[in-house]
Design a protein around this ligand. Structure first.
Ligand code: C5P
Length: 424
C-alpha cells in the first residue's frame, strides 16, 4: 500500500506551459490509489482544457469561485475540507505571491486559505522570476508557514533560457510527495516529538562531492550525489534550525530558507565553511571531499601525446578536522563511508578527528549501494568523554534518506542537549 492510497488530493493547476505535465501527474497520483480533484486558475485554462482533467480523473474540474451551479454541487469550503493534501503543480510566481499574501481572489487561493491540510507546491517559472527577490521572499514566507516545495529543477526553459525554474517531472513530484507524506505526516510515533528540537540552533552542513581540476576540461571526483546532505539540511530546517548548506557540484535544489553556498573544489569548500562556521552550533560534514588535488593545474587541455600519463597529487586539507580543531568549535559530526571493518574505522576516525559523533555506512558492492540512491542505513557512534564516561552506539535501520536524516538529527539534538546540560 502506498502512502497516498485512499488519500484525497486537490491538484491545483496554474498558468504556465508546464500545465500539460499536470495531466500526467494526475494519473501518477491516481496510480498510487489517490482520488484527485483538479482546480484550475484562469491562467491554467489558457494552456489546458478542464475537460482533459475531467476525463482523466473522472471528477468535475473546479474553475470558478463565483459560479452558483458549481457552489451548489460542492462549495469551496466543502472542497477545501474534502482534501487531505493540496498540491499545486505548476505553481506560478503569481500564485505563490497570492498565497504568500493570503489573497482569496480566485478559487485556488481561496481554497488554500480555507484549509488546514498540508500544502505542497511545485514551482515553474522563468529563471529570473524564480530568483527575483520578490519571489524569494514569498517562497521563504510560505516555507516558514509549513508549505513544502518540490523543486524547481534546472535546465532548458520554454522561454529559451537555461536555469532554475523548470517544474519537476510528474514522477519526481509523485516521489517527493510520497516520501514527504510518509516522513512528515505519517511518521512513526518516535518521529513526532522531534519537530522543534533544533530551534534557535545554527546548523552548518557540507554535502556532495568536490571536483579537483586536472586541466580546463577534466577533473577528479567521486560518486557522491549530495542527497544525504541535502536531506539532512531539509530535516534540520523542519526541526527549527537555521541552516547553512555548503554544497559541492550537485544537481539538487534546496528550500529557499536554507542559506546555500555552492562550491567546487575542496579548497573552495574549506573557505566557505570557515566563512560560515563562527556562529554554527552544529557542523555536519557529509561531503565526500576529495582526499587529493592536482599539485599543478595546467592552463591548457592536456594532449594525449604520450602512452602513459602520471599526475602528481597533493593532500587536500581535512575540512572536518580543521573545524574540530577550532578554539571555539561547534558540535562536530563526521561521516564515514567504509567498505570493510565499519565500526573499527569509524571509531578510529572519531578519535583521530576529535569528533562529537560519527555516522558510518557500508558502501561495498551493489547490494550496499549508497551513492546516488534514495536509501541509507547508518551506525552512529559517539566517544566517551570526561563528563560522560560511556561512549555510545545507535543503529539507524535502512530507510529513505529523509527518514534517516530525521533519525540522525534526533540523536545529534539529544547528544547536544546532554552536553549543554552538563556544561551549564
Ligand atoms: O577521512 P575520511 O575522508 O574517511 O573522513 C570522512 C569525514 O571527513 C566526512 O565527514 C567528510 O565530510 C570529512 N572530510 C573532510 N575533508 C576532507 C576529507 C574528509 O571534511 N578532506
Amino acid at each position: 500500500m502506498s502512502a497516498l492510497t485512499n488519500k484525497k488530493i486537490l491538484l491545483g493547476v496554474t498558468g504556465g506551459i508546464a500545465a500539460y505535465k499536470s495531466a500526467v501527474l494526475a494519473r501518477r497520483l491516481m496510480d498510487e490509489g489517490a482520488t484527485v480533484r483538479v482546480v484550475m486558475t484562469p491562467g491554467a485554462q489558457a494552456f489546458m482544457q478542464p475537460l482533459t482533467f475531467q476525463a482523466l480523473t473522472g471528477n468535475p474540474v473546479h474553475v470558478d469561485l463565483l459560479d452558483p451551479a458549481a457552489e451548489a454541487a460542492m462549495g469551496h469550503i466543502e472542497l477545501a475540507r474534502w482534501a487531505h493534501y493540496i498540491l499545486i503543480a505548476p505553481a506560478s510566481a503569481n500564485t505563490l505571491a497570492r498565497l504568500a499574501h493570503g489573497m482569496a481572489s480566485d478559487l485556488l487561493s481561496t481554497l488554500c486559505l480555507a484549509t488546514d491540510s498540508p500544502l505542497f507546491v511545485a514551482p515553474a517559472m522563468n529563471r529570473l522570476m524564480w530568483t527575483n527577490p520578490a519571489t524569494v521572499e514569498n517562497c521563504a514566507q510560505l516555507a516558514a508557514r509549513g508549505v513544502t516545495f518540490f523543486g524547481p529543477g534546472d535546465g532548458a526553459q520554454a522561454c529559451g533560457e537555461t536555469g532554475s525554474g523548470r517544474m519537476l517531472e510528474p514522477e519526481q513530484i509523485r516521489d517527493q510527495l510520497l516520501s514527504t507524506v510518509a516522513d512528515k505526516f505519517n511518521s512513526p510515533p518516535d518521529h513526532q516529538p522531534i519537530q522543534d528540537k533544533l530551534r534557535s540552533k545554527h546548523v552548518l552542513i557540507t554535502a556532495g562531492p568536490t571536483q579537483e581540476a586536472i586541466d580546463p576540461v577534466r577533473y577528479i571526483s567521486n560518486h557522491s550525489s549530495g542527497k544525504m546532505g541535502f536531506a539532512i539540511a531539509e530535516a534540520a530546517l523542519a526541526m527549527g534550525a537555521q541552516v547553512t548548506l555548503i554544497a559541492g557540484p550537485v544537481a539538487l535544489s534546496a528550500s529557499p530558507q536554507i542559506q546555500r553556498v555552492d562550491t567546487v573544489s575542496a579548497i573552495s569548500m574549506l573557505d566557505a565553511v570557515m566563512a560560515h562556521v563562527d556562529n554554527a552550533d552544529i557542523f555536519i560534514s557529509v561531503a565526500a571531499v576529495a582526499d587529493y588535488r592536482l599539485e599543478t593545474v595546467v592552463n591548457q587541455k592536456i594532449k594525449k601525446s604520450h602512452e602513459n600519463l602520471t599526475l602528481s597529487l597533493v593532500r587536500n586539507p581535512d575540512i572536518l578536522k580543521a573545524v574540530a580543531a577550532l578554539p571555539k568549535r561547534p558540535f562536530c559530526v563526521g561521516f564515514a563511508a567504509e567498505t570493510e571493518n565499519v565500526e573499527a574505522h569509524a571509531q578510529e576516525k572519531l578519535q583521530r578527528k576529535k569528533l562529537d559523533l560519527i555516522a558510518a555506512n557500508h558502501v561495498a558492492g551493489e547490494d550496499n549501494a549508497v551513492f546516488g540512491t534514495d536509501t541509507n542505513a547508518l551506525d552512529v557512534y559517539w566517544p566517551a568523554t570526561a563528563k560522560d564516561t560511556s561512549g555510545g552506539h545507535i543503529s539507524i535501520p535502512s530507510a529513505n534518506k529523509q527518514s534517516v536524516a530525521y533519525s540522525l538529527l534526533n540523536i545529534i539534538a539529544d547528544r547536544l542537549a546532554l552536553i549543554d546540560q552538563k556544561s551549564s
